[in-house]
Design a protein around this ligand. Sequence first.
Ligand code: PLP
Length: 488
Amino acid sequence: MDAAEFRRRGKEMVDFVADYQENIEHRRVYPDVEPGYLRSMIPSEAPLEPESYEDVLRDVDRVIMPGVTHWLSPHFYAYYANSTSFPSILADLLSSGIGTIGFTWAANPACSELETVMLDWLGKMLQLPEDFLSETQGQGGGVIQGTASEATLMALLSARLKTVKCVQESDPQRSEADIISKLIAYTSEEAHSSVEKASIIGGVVIRMVPTDEHFSVRAETLEKMVAEDKATGYIPFFFCATLGTTPCCAFDKIDELGPICNAENIWMHIDAAYAGCAFICPEFRPLLNGVEFADSFSINPNKFLLVGFDCSAMWVKKSADLTRAFQMDPEYLKHEHQGSGWCNHLHQPYSTHKIHWGIPMARRFRSLKLWFVFRMYGLRGLQAFIRKHVELAKTFENLVRGDNNFEICAEVVMGLVCFRLKGSDELNKALLKQITRTGKIYLVPCKLRGRFVLRFVVCGRTTELRHIQEAWKHITELSSELLQNLFD
Ligand code: PLP
């Protein structure tokens, strides 16, 4: 494909994507295919000779589209959203088109610098304490990780190294292996599975902290567990708080947990993957009070800020905690500006060398997505988007509350409504099975206090009141049939 053909095909592809999104609500949101459907539809080996673009595109319609779950559909109410937008898609196109890889400042100055400034912009939108911003005289700053899981892992690994060094300072004879075998991390029993995974990768023990009646971790509970573990020789070193848990969007009480973590030298990371985006609205910002006690904090703009996957924003109070843990300096990464200004702040060694802030060396130009979206929506536009989703979720909650057959299972704070039919888990599983089978809307379940619960998340950029009303009508029709069969 030469530039002339790319020009033509590119325009066609933009039309294809625009048509897809404009008409997406007429598609079945959940595909009607069986596992393994694809293998028999394409050859078992890559072609030896080049094929035509027309052939490839034809197979997009024949092979790919039938197996796509349409995350951008207004009928998609599962997981937490992938909230992309047209400006974000264009920024991604530009990023792919430039094809530049920004691991050090020299590898791509614009990529390194824009990322640092965008994380400051976003940090200010969230009213983060200055400690987390890199433009101030502090030692903090932000980085874009691929996912919230990576942000949690980086925080845990940094905390692990910091604690090992700290213990060895007072007890130089103690081996690293011995210290690591005694480290203990904590997170909510409601936390995302990625926190437990981080502990497995980090080779440390993790304890799940029980939650109160609002599914929140409270100070007293954590304090008691820390005391017990210290008494048996463990070294508490890491606590991952969640703001907006995956099952029901509950909030740990970070303002009371933070002081305990600080007093016990426990690194507090806050995983606010979904809900953190809403803190750009002043009415939700109080949920972030206590962030000043945290060592690191992350949100996923790709969940609720109109930025496409992947984009997880992570801030640390002391960037040196990350860079010290992960700094490698091979000769091929050195460059002439290494020791100056942006590339080596006095307190922030290699602050724009994001390679030292994460696992991969190569990094995409993801900050372009933030820049395009922030400028084309403005803070006001993003706030309006979040408020609309919360409003629609409240409407759905009211519909559920108005029907005696159903119950609400957790407080509705943002765009997630947890609900179930009054009755057995089997009844609710049967309802979800019917919903999935018909494919008109798509939801996933969760477990709350051992009970099977349905999650309804307002996800789509184009979801309107009528979609919510249609979804509820569909759910009540299916549930009426189920209840009818039960009594027949
Ligand atoms: N943390 C929370 C609270 C989440 O809700 C999720 C996913 O929904 C994750 C972490 C995982 O996010 P990622 O896929 O970016 O790793």
